[in-house]
Write a protein that binds this ligand. Structure first.
Ligand code: URA
Ligand code: SF4
Length: 317
């Protein structure tokens, strides 16, 4: 770009900045831009001139320093932030981090609100933080968490992209004991608010504690898995007399084994994978772009499982 072109562009952005009152305005500044050097073919470039991503080593220090970019437009002008407003979720997470409403607050290191995008396809609900999570303040980061990440990836789900991960209780029960009913009851409103904000298309309950809590049942996980439940549980609608027309529509719930159970007992891996395939089929029905993204995975799993292949075929009908 020539110096003249740069100055014109800069003045244009000043005008827009001033108009938007964005604080980037630089009106009246004297620009002293230089013409860009003639383009050098990539094959003749020195390391310092290579475009980002092509450098094989850091630019050489003396003499070979690339000149600082004379004119860089604040990126915010060029790539507007996604319009999604995640501040209510961030505020809720901050509220949880400072909560002292139940005795678990006294023994925890950090509360673990949860993590993931504000509009996920799937919400995973575990039991409560373990030792690693208590230190990190993040859910499922220990050995069970690493397995959970692999399980989710096998279904095209990632906490960085389309999957929010949280727990029934947000603070670690000492010695990793089960959370007590009073602790669950005290913490439950946070989980309810998270679900209401996130509005996931599907909930995956990892383990007995989460499945029982979400489905309002005393059944064991072995009997609950393999069937799709619903949140809020029908029993709750009857109890409270509120049909959900004025709030969120019921969300399908897939209960499965907790990844720690899979680490203890290899034989649970097969049924857990069946649950993930069921999740994929259900989600593919609900979300067309997810269906398109995981098409190769669905085909791969269908090739080894005729019953699943039938389900996959039914998706396109
Ligand atoms: N187990 C859970 O249930 N949740 C975590 O966050 C980690 C381990
Ligand atoms: Fe608060 Fe829940 Fe932690 Fe208890 S477990 S202190 S209710 S965030």
């Amino acid at each position: 770009m020539t110096a003249e072109e740069k100055t014109t562009l800069a003045c244009f952005f000043d005008t827009v900045s001033a108009y938007l009152g964005s604080g980037y305005a630089n009106s009246g500044a004297d620009y002293a831009f230089k013409d860009d050097p003639e383009a050098v073919p990539e094959s003749q470039m020195t390391e310092g001139q290579m475009p980002a991503g092509h450098q094989t080593a850091a630019p050489k220090a003396a003499g070979a320093e690339p000149e600082a970019d004379a004119f860089s437009i604040p990126l915010a002008y060029l790539v507007p932030e996604a319009a999604e407003d995640d501040s209510p979720l961030k505020e809720l997470e901050a509220e949880i981090r400072s909560c002292t409403a139940c005795p678990l607050a006294k023994t925890r290191t950090k509360a673990v609100p949860g993590e993931g995008p504000a509009s996920p396809l799937v919400m995973v609900i575990g039991e409560g933080p373990g030792g690693d999570e208590d230190i990190a303040g993040r859910p499922f980061v220990g050995r069970a968490g690493q397995l959970l990440d692999k399980m989710l990836a096998s279904a095209g789900l990632y906490r960085e992209k389309n999957c929010y991960i949280a727990n029934v209780v947000k603070c670690r029960p000492p010695g990793n004991r089960d959370p007590m009913p009073e602790e669950i009851a005290c913490c439950a409103p946070y989980l309810e608010r998270q679900i209401a904000l996130l509005k996931p298309l599907l909930i995956l309950c990892a383990g007995r504690v989460a499945a029982r809590h979400i489905l309002r049942t005393e059944e064991g996980i072995g009997r609950l898995r393999g069937k799709i439940g619903e949140y809020p549980a029908a029993v709750e609608i009857v109890e409270t007399g509120t049909l959900q027309s004025d709030s969120i529509p019921p969300i399908p719930v897939i209960p499965t084994f907790h990844p720690s159970a899979l680490l203890r007992d290899e034989s649970l891996k097969h049924p857990a994978f069946e649950d993930l395939k069921q999740l994929m089929a259900a989600l593919a029905k609900l979300d067309k772009s997810y269906a398109a993204e995981v098409k190769p995975l669905l085909a791969k799993y269908a090739a080894k499982d005729p019953a699943f292949a039938e389900k996959v075929r039914a998706l396109s009908r």
